[in-house]
Design a protein around this ligand. Structure first.
Ligand SMILES: CC(C)(COP(=O)(O)OP(=O)(O)OC[C@H]1O[C@@H](n2cnc3c(N)ncnc32)[C@H](O)[C@@H]1OP(=O)(O)O)[C@@H](O)C(=O)NCCC(=O)NCCS
Length: 186
């Protein structure tokens, strides 16, 4: 794999939003994500709000930059909202179409895993279209196990499509209980 040594992973900033949106829109248009229509694609303000929301709640939200250019981004949300699930996140990763296959996804994944482990999350879950070979390979490389197959959960381009659910543990995973909450929240 051609590895671009100049790429840096850093927390996203407000000024990155337009570039992130352009990356996302392009993947939607290409049908990687949805293949449905463009009406539902997030507007800049949606992404801006989502990013702020995640950051204020300390969920990692990172970009890959090559110099000034944003070439990919990745973030996590809670897997489920109920309190018992607060140590489990669900992630998304998008790489700019001109930079696919150059190791950017791997750098983002490494950065996201490390940031999530440092933030105290214990499990990381991803949903991948069953025909997304690049994403399946990326997740396998980073130790995600295939924990489920959700048959026919999407309909796109005239076909029912399956989703693969993948999971890996972070930090000490399930081998230790979570740390006690800070005194202020007890
Ligand atoms: C999936 C995605 C994030 C991968 O990012 P990337 O920068 O292309 O990935 P990398 O170059 O770091 O490659 C990671 C692994 O996937 C493999 N891979 C990449 N593209 C591949 C392809 N088209 N077919 C098969 N394997 C592929 C690489 O060989 C590498 O494995 P290796 O190190 O064992 O060789 C990127 O393709 C993308 O943004 N796709 C569109 C959005 C998307 O599907 N996001 C994931 C949603 S779950």
């Amino acid at each position: 794999m051609e590895q671009n040594k100049t790429i840096v992973i850093r927390p996203s900033r407000e000024a990155d939003v337009d570039a992130m949106l352009a990356i996302y829109r392009r993947h939607i248009r290409r049908g990687v994500e949805d293949g449905v229509d463009d009406n539902d694609t997030p507007q800049p303000d949606d992404l801006r709000d989502r990013r702020k929301n995640l950051k204020s709640r300390r969920f990692p939200h990172v970009v890959a930059v090559d110099g000034e250019k944003v070439v990919g981004y990745a973030y996590v949300v809670l897997f489920r909202k109920r309190p018992a699930y607060r140590y489990t996140v669900k992630h998304s990763i998008y790489v700019h179409h001109d930079h696919i296959g150059q190791g950017v996804g791997s750098l983002l994944m490494r950065g996201l895993i490390d940031a999530c482990a440092a933030a105290g999350f214990r499990q990381m879950i991803g949903y991948i279209d069953a025909d997304n070979v690049a994403s399946l390979a990326l997740h396998e490389r980073f130790g995600f196990a295939r924990v489920g197959l959700l048959p026919a959960v999407a309909y796109r381009y005239g076909h029912w499509a399956d989703t693969v659910m993948v999971q890996r543990s972070l930090g000490s995973g399930s081998t230790t209980p979570p740390p006690p909450p800070p005194l202020s929240t007890r």
